[in-house]
Write a protein that binds this ligand. Structure first.
Ligand code: TTP
Ligand code: MG
Length: 389
């Protein structure tokens, strides 16, 4: 396995510095105001020098860094930048696991040769993220997820680090590092371990596993023991633990070159996803299509709905818009797979900045939603009738 971990540098604060050049090189603190209750979301590296960090009460941050520029978060903007980052990431591998708004694992085992090796792929990814967002990120490449994440932290910010790949070298690399570097060793566990003299990964490598089990319980002990050697067999999975998207794919039995037929299938996928999506009261802000051709090139294209939506008409309109941009009439393509999905859910009451949009659109959406919910019930009614008769 070859895994890449990428994490944006001081993400929210960097976006603010990008958009306000006069704040560059200065301590920018994103979160609550200096005199408000509430905490720091994140801060620029200039502010970190003063000891300010995420989750610190903003008043404390002000005491530590009175010259700090306190900024309210603009979540909508960060989300859009994040979408752009993920668009870039998906060019480097179809297997992208989103960990958070600014962090992802990519399984690049199958794609690394296309870029001329790990070094080149990593450099290109970082350059592309920068040219398309104006922001820097840090990247680690390693034989598994655990080590790739450790790798991306090594040269942060704006860093790139390739971890060792050989078992013995990995063990040696970890030996002198603090135990807290590995997954499963948080502050509390680190204290328990340290009280027994286990401070580094090497200390744990040399430990008697039975002793660790007595100390921490079987599951935790075994996992920490394996991690201290850099062993981690978890896979990069596009599906998050928590449901963050609803999607459906269709694989053609033979490569499909008929644009109209493919369009029809996309419309069916939209209805399937729409129905599944509406089983819970919610709306989605992002609409996405996926296409894979006969050479296994996979692309995804996504678009933000003008208003959070849950009806098929909006989904279909946006899906076809993406599709038509990607596969223009008259263009020759051989598709192996087509997919459709929605993500970025909001609750039904969560009307985002409604005043920014013409109320006519909102009204139209309301009508579409009602129609969709009626249509959802229709086949079920028919089914019921069937089962009665
Ligand atoms: P992180 O990647 O943890 O932090 P960061 O990108 O700001 O800085 P670093 O260079 O160390 O990676 O989190 C990503 C974003 O998530 C961060 O910019 C703001 C937000 N966030 C919070 O709102 N609260 C928090 O407690 C943390 C940790 C992050
Ligand atoms: Mg980050």
């Amino acid at each position: 396995m070859i895994i890449l971990h990428v994490d944006m540098d001081a993400f929210f604060a960097s976006v603010e510095q990008r958009d306000h050049p006069e704040w560059r090189g200065k301590p920018v603190i994103v979160g609550s105001g200096p005199n408000e209750r509430g905490v720091v979301s994140t801060c620029s590296y200039e502010a970190r020098k003063f000891g300010v960090h995420s989750a610190m009460p903003s008043r404390t941050a002000f005491a530590k860094c009175p010259e700090g520029i306190f900024v309210k978060p603009r979540m909508g903007v960060y989300k859009e930048v994040s979408d752009k980052v993920f668009e870039v990431l998906e060019r480097f591998s179809p297997e992208v696991q989103k960990v958070s708004i600014d962090e992802a694992f990519l399984d690049i085992t199958g794609t690394v040769h296309l870029f001329g090796g790990m070094q080149k792929l990593g450099e290109k990814l970082r350059a592309d993220v920068f040219s398309e967002t104006g922001l820097t990120c840090s990247v680690g490449i390693a034989p598994n997820k655990l080590l790739s994440k450790i790798g991306s932290e090594q040269k942060k910010p704006n860093g790139f680090y390739i971890m060792p790949f050989e078992k013995k070298e990995i063990q040696e690399w970890l030996e002198s590092k603090k135990a807290g570097i590995i997954w499963g060793v948080g502050k509390k566990t680190a204290e328990i371990l340290s009280a027994k003299g286990f401070r580094t990964c090497g200390d744990i490598q040399r430990a008697d596993l039975r002793f660790l089990i007595k100390l921490l319980g079987e599951a935790a002990a075994k996992s920490i023991y394996a991690h201290s050697f850099g062993i981690d067999n978890t896979r990069v999975s596009a599906e998050d633990a928590e449901e963050k998207s609803v999607s459906r794919e269709y694989t053609f039995s033979e490569d499909e070159n008929n644009r109209e037929e493919t369009r029809k299938i996309l419309i069916e996928l939209v209805s399937e996803v729409g129905r599944k999506f509406r089983e819970e009261p919610r709306r989605a802000k992002t609409i996405k299509i996926k296409m894979r051709d006969n050479e296994f090139n996979t692309i995804t294209r996504q678009i933000r709905a003008p208003l959070p939506a849950c009806d098929d008409m909006t989904f279909r309109h946006l899906a076809l818009k993406l599709f038509d941009e990607e596969w223009k009439e008259g263009q020759v393509k051989f598709l192996r797979l087509i997919g459709f999905g929605v993500s970025d859910f909001t609750s039904l009451n969560d009307k985002e900045e409604p005043s920014l949009f013409p109320s006519e659109l909102a009204l139209q959406m309301e009508k579409r939603e009602k129609l969709s919910s009626v249509l959802d019930k229709l086949p079920r009614l028919l089914n019921n009738e069937n089962s009665v008769s």
